[in-house]
Write a protein that binds this ligand. Sequence first.
Ligand code: ADP
Length: 250
Amino acid sequence: MIVVDDLHKHFGGFHAVDGASLTIQEGSITGLIGPNGAGKTTLFNVIAGVLPPTSGKVTMAGEDITGLPPHTLFSKGLLRTFQIAHEFSSMTLRENLMMVPGNQSGEKLWNTWFGRKRIADEERALAAKADEVLEFLTIDHISDERAGNISGGQKKLLELGRTMMVDAKIVFLDEVGAGVNRTLLNTIGDAIIRLNKERGYTFVVIEHDMDFIGRLCDPVICMAEGRVLAEGTLDEIKANEHVIEAYLGT
Ligand code: ADP
């Protein structure tokens, strides 16, 4: 689904991504691991259009998407979530989800004059969709809670929920498990597996928690020093001498 070919991202003289090549298979939950500073987040940012590459190519289903801006990639179904959730803290969870799709009629002034009924209908449909997403993620009991009041793990679920408000095809998740308790991490893992199996989402997951990676991801790709070191099942990766060396060297 995604092919990354000889990608480079340099910050001045520093090569954060230094010739990374990899393939993400459609329908997979691919894990991306590697020691701190390996270039994982930078790679995500380049693929998702947050940072322009220095050189190299990214294709999605055969189409060159290198350097396209996030909103264009978003409309193609490629989404990236951030390590730190970007919720609107004074809005409820339901309202946060309703904010996601960018094509509502209400956004255009013209339509606010001429299409009031249509806007009301759209809002009702959006609220119903948001409720369905909240139920899927098992956080429907806090639908009316302000997002600023919920826990870090619940924010991660909300972030995942945003991907369900659009027709996502591939979602890049950056450290969904960071600072999340084990129970919520399991809930997040269950939601990812269900989205993958029931809705056909492809996921690429950066995560340090190896139990989480082992439970969800196949294959696992290990990066170090801006390049791909190894790819395989988690057990294969753990037994790979280059991987062991990269982790011991940090
Ligand atoms: P990882 O996610 O694997 O921990 P990162 O992609 O965050 O790695 O970082 C790779 C390297 O690039 C790190 O050494 C980091 O300090 C450096 N880096 C990341 N972003 C920038 C930036 N905007 N400017 C300069 N260096 C950066």
